[in-house]
Ligand binder design. Structure first.
Ligand SMILES: CC(C)=CCC/C(C)=C/CC/C(C)=C/CC/C(C)=C/[C@@H]1[C@@H](COP(=O)(O)OP(=O)(O)O)[C@]1(C)CC/C=C(\C)CC/C=C(\C)CCC=C(C)C
Ligand SMILES: [Mn+2]
Length: 414
């Protein structure tokens, strides 16, 4: 298990049972707040941070240097989502440390024995990966183009992961979504466990089964993504940012953790593996927050509000305002803070992109720049995310690609 040291911090004499810690003050003070950052050996050091969440404000309210604790709806102190997720980051980083940063031959060059002894299955596997590439090209053209810069082995592995994620998302978001039950998700998870044991159900699973034998990709983020889909089935409101953070980790932060072992870390990088994983997690969270802010109206029409209820209340807003869909000054102010937080996660992510293997940086930069642009478009729409979909036009999209390329070559962050 992970070596994270869970600091027990005495609860404040007057804990906030509703966890109503808000975003405003957290953002105001985020640059000076101390955050308990973990070091690669599992110890922690105090450092200044730009991260912000209502959780942090709770920590301060506890009048301690730092706490990993929040108060749950039953009024009990419990580990914050950030802390729970960090345990996954640590175990994934440990797994990768063992393999990616060892002096063993580059994984790309390793021929798996079964490829040599079973040539028949090799071509089947080849077909499976090709199909993954086609699906990827169909659903995410820009991203697919980016993967073409990667080495052939890495590109195929990323396609296989992409396809598994896309299929998982389609279960709850696709045309058959209304028939999906928790039991169906249990079956999907059983299939995942099987493929990790080398027993693939279909050819797309077979591609992933092969990928996970080639790269140190832990199963936990995959399980967690399925958990996120379960959460989506049973929950349509989020009391606070801590709850939302966990959801964002499940459905998107996991993608970052799955991808880095394949994309690789620059052998010249001085960053800790853990910090790169943290950045990958941040990019997933940033993307999902952006997705949520873009789709407020669309989600509301499905009866869903992914915005933290306590922050809405603090802004003088409620679900009714969202269903009414009127852009008021209250809404604009609320949105400004939400955008600010999403941008902070993008900033955190940027620090890690430059540490990735050179050939993997471009698609990540492209995806980061393009997704972050959606936030600018929400502003340009005067925060009307009820009836206008923030969209990055083709010209802007194309213009972002050489910029992404330059950033990946020059190894700079903005
Ligand atoms: C280069 C790159 C982007 C690699 C990721 C490849 C990959 C495996 C993607 C899978 C994405 C996927 C299908 C996820 C399923 C859940 C889901 C749909 C999440 C939402 C994505 C946006 O998709 P879309 O706009 O199509 O949403 P709709 O379904 O239409 O609503 C998400 C918002 C999140 C996806 C999360 C990422 C792409 C995380 C990327 C992070 C990394 C690749 C880590 C990079 C490393 C460092 C160090 C920064
Ligand atoms: Mn979706």
């Amino acid at each position: 298990m992970s070596s994270v040291v869970v600091l027990w911090v005495a609860p404040s004499p007057n804990p906030d049972p509703m966890n109503t810690c808000g975003l405003v003050r957290a953002l105001e003070s985020s640059r000076v707040l101390s955050r308990c950052q973990r070091m690669s050996n599992g110890r922690r050091k105090q450092t200044t941070t730009t991260w912000s969440s209502s959780v942090m404000r709770c920590r301060r309210r506890s009048s301690v240097v730092s706490s990993s604790l929040v108060v749950n709806p039953a009024g009990e102190m419990t580990l914050s989502s950030e802390e729970k997720v960090y345990n996954v980051v640590l175990s994934q980083a440990a797994l990768v440390n063992k393999q990616l940063r060892s002096t063993s031959p580059v994984l790309d060059d390793v021929k798996k024995p079964q490829d040599i002894v079973r040539p028949g299955s090799l071509s089947l596997l080849g077909e499976a990966y090709d199909r993954c590439g086609e699906v990827c090209a169909e659903y995410a053209k820009t991203f697919y183009l980016g993967t073409l810069l990667m080495t052939p082995e890495r590109r195929k592995a990323i396609w296989a992961i992409y396809v598994w994620c896309r299929r998982t998302d389609e279960l709850v978001d696709g045309p058959n979504a209304s028939h999906i039950t928790p039991m169906a998700l249990d079956r999907w998870e059983a299939r995942l466990e099987d493929l990790y044991r080398g027993r693939a159900f279909d050819m797309l699973d077979a591609a992933l089964a092969d990928t996970v034998t080639r790269y140190p990709v832990d199963i936990q983020p995959f399980r967690d993504m399925i958990e996120g889909m379960r959460m989506d089935l049973r929950k349509s409101r989020y009391n606070n940012f801590d709850e939302l953070y966990l959801y964002c980790y499940y459905v998107a932060g996991t993608v970052g953790l799955m991808s880095v072992p394949v994309m690789g870390i620059d052998p010249k990088s001085k960053a800790t593996t853990e910090s790169v994983y943290n950045a990958a997690l941040a990019l997933g969270i940033a993307n999902q927050l952006t997705n949520i802010l873009r789709d407020v109206g669309e989600d509301a029409r499905r009866g869903r509000v992914y915005l933290p209820q306590d922050e809405l209340a603090q802004a003088g807003l409620s679900d009714e305002d969202i269903f009414a869909g009127k852009v008021t000054d209250k809404w604009r102010n609320f949105m400004r803070l939400q955008l600010k937080r999403a941008r902070m996660f993008f900033d955190e992510a940027e620090k890690g992109v430059t540490e990735l293997d050179a050939a993997s940086r471009w698609p990540v930069w492209a995806s980061l720049l393009l997704y972050r642009r959606i936030l600018d478009e929400i502003e340009a729409n005067d925060y009307n995310n009820f009836t206008k979909r923030a969209y990055v036009g083709k010209v802007k999209k194309i213009a972002a690609l050489p910029l992404a390329y330059a950033k990946s070559v020059l190894k700079v962050s903005s």
